[in-house]
Design a protein around this ligand. Sequence first.
Ligand SMILES: *Cc1c(COP(=O)(O)O)cnc(C)c1O
Length: 395
Amino acid sequence: MTKSMNKRTQMVHGGTRRSQYNEVSEAIFLTQGFVYDTAEQAEARFLKTGEDEFIYARYGNPTVAMFEERIALLEGAEDAFATASGMAAINGALCSALKAGDHVVAARALFGSCLYILQDILGRYGVEVTLIDGTDLDQWRDAVRPDTKLCFFETISNPTLEVIDVKAVSEIAHAVGALVMVDNVFATPVYSRALELGADVVIYSATKHIDGQGRTLGGVILGTREFIRGTVEPYMKHTGGSMSPFTAWVMLKGLETIDLRVRAQVDTAEKIADAVQGHAGLNRAIYPGHASHPQFDLVQDQIGTGGTVLALDIKGGQAAAFQFLNALTVALISNNLGDAKSIATHPATTTHQRLPEEQKRALGITPGLIRFSVGLEHADDLINDILHALSRVKE
Ligand SMILES: *Cc1c(COP(=O)(O)O)cnc(C)c1O
């Protein structure tokens, strides 16, 4: 598969390994193990696995290897490790890279489970974590130290869609020799330029746009071959967070259409952002791809799109937000994102419910905030759905 071809072409053909039957669609190797012809061959394989040689599904599997190769092509990374979920990827990438005594600097605006790993788990094992406002470069400069091993952030944060300058933070981190690890779900693998901008490790919850149809949980860690095979793989294969072959097959099929799907979702998100901007029922409509976003220039420069998620801060607090949600007829009330089906979420009472009020306020998670993940429905139907639901909110 030539790397000079367009990503859309690579996502249809890249990484394919055909069996002796020459099947068109990728095979699902639903096998935990692999047979050796001789005892000597088994011994040799445990000593060193060659290309296309496998031992046990927790260590690797042909379908999973196809997915890893294909997603690495999309990201422009040397290698990838597929995991059971997005959180298995984040936990694996962090724990495999860190040890007691290390210092981590992370942006405060993070997915709840990422905050749990950073604040609760890593501390138990002697890793010190400093949380900062990731949009303020001075805070990164002040927080990094000679013993800082790693800087971690979401390139676009959930759910308030703040954007972090990957290039500038990477320069600050690299100046003290720290590794830059990004949770890149909201930027999406289609638009990501994180490695080119200086990040060392890029992580996705494949549950989101990579599957894109709400079927399976999965995750992936991308980086240099040395980091993926030398640091991540030994940790993951011995601790059990590997992706199942069936999931890898679903994700491979997801990659065939990801370019078409995500571009269509972004296109619709832009139309919705235009349609709701300045609406009398909203305190704010947040979309990183709209000129009203405070970091619009940074977004244009580093991602080139605002992604597939908007945040709407509805006037009237929680009661108004609930009236809005209950009046939607196309978008579903749920908590995934990047799905073919549009999904609306009330972060303050669901995904971010457990955060103390003070932390919610600091992150901009107001009682009226709705996270709206744009699906593959027609833009006009979604705009009508949102405008109608806004009209149903009682003053
Ligand atoms: C969903 C999500 C995760 C967790 O992924 P799972 O697949 O649910 O484990 C982590 N980070 C971000 C930004 C997410 O959106």
